[in-house]
Design a protein around this ligand. Structure first.
Ligand SMILES: C[S@@+](CC[C@H](N)C(=O)[O-])C[C@H]1O[C@@H](n2cnc3c(N)ncnc32)[C@H](O)[C@@H]1O
Length: 245
């Protein structure tokens, strides 16, 4: 088992992030469904609806940090032509197994979100779900997502955020800081796998507030950048557009 990813002033250590996801890959989907009580599925479904809204042609979509492929597969099932990328082979293996059972309209390949192996403007849309928080420098990742979409193309980011309502906010922080790491120790006591449960709250709490992330999107050259809070703001869906001119 690997060390919990440490953060420098930019973000988490990429090799440690990759090793951690390689380790949790066999349990990743189950862990997600349990910790979010299944709501993560609804958030991805909502993202697909936003991607498709007002579009009347088949979209070519790149889903980065695709992991076990849930968003990529949902987009493909909704009629998009999808490429899913991730830098963790073990996560992608899961995605490929699920693809064989679901649809052929998606291709998975290994790639670093900070150095995407695609030409400028190859895609109509780029998406990332619960991934940008794990990229060492999210600004570099956002800039490369922007690069590979066409002028006028859109970038969507689904990510955890901190709820601000008076009731849910403190309860959520308590769950994240106190309950989740303990849950990890109970679920994985004999190994150091519980470190993934320490990393998750740390990475979410370190992630920029919504308005600050919108500014990062603008700095990456995306216009009309905005966010939509989901489920009391536990997650947020960000959207921005690559300028035409
Ligand atoms: C929390 S998982 C999200 C997976 C999936 N998108 C989902 O919605 O469940 C984060 C993923 O980001 C990937 N990742 C982190 N940094 C990356 C990078 N620089 N390039 C490619 N993948 C990266 C990890 O390997 C992991 O599979």
């Amino acid at each position: 088992m690997t060390e919990k990813p440490r953060f420098d002033e930019v973000g988490p250590n990429a090799n440690a992030v990759r090793a951690m996801f390689a380790d949790v890959a066999p349990r990743y989907d189950r862990m997600n469904r349990t910790l979010s009580a299944g709501v993560d599925v609804l958030w991805r479904r909502h993202t697909v609806r936003r991607v498709l809204a007002g579009q009347n042609r088949r979209l070519r979509v790149l889903d980065v940090c695709s992991g076990t492929g849930d968003l990529a597969l949902a987009l493909a099932r909704a009629g998009c032509d999808v490429v899913g990328t991730d830098f963790c082979a073990e996560m992608l293996e899961r995605a490929m197994t699920k693809r064989r059972e679901a649809t052929n309209d998606v291709r998975f390949l290994a790639a670093d979100t900070q150095r995407l192996p695609f030409d400028d403007g190859e895609f109509d849309v780029a998406t990332v779900a619960f991934g940008i928080r794990n990229v060492h420098d999210p600004r570099v990742g956002l800039a490369d997502m922007r690069r590979v979409v066409k002028p006028g193309g859109r970038v969507f980011v689904l990510e955890f955020s901190k709820p601000k309502t008076r009731l849910v906010g403190p309860a959520y922080l308590w769950y994240f800081r106190k309950v989740l790491p303990r849950l990890g120790r109970i679920l994985a006591p004999a190994t150091r796998r519980h470190e993934a449960y320490d990393y998750l709250p740390e990475s979410v709490l370190r992630f920029p507030e919504r308005e600050e992330f919108v500014r990062l999107m603008q700095d990456a050259g995306l216009e009309d950048a905005r966010f939509e809070p989901l489920t009391f703001g536990i997650a947020s869906l960000y959207e921005g557009r690559k300028p035409i001119g």
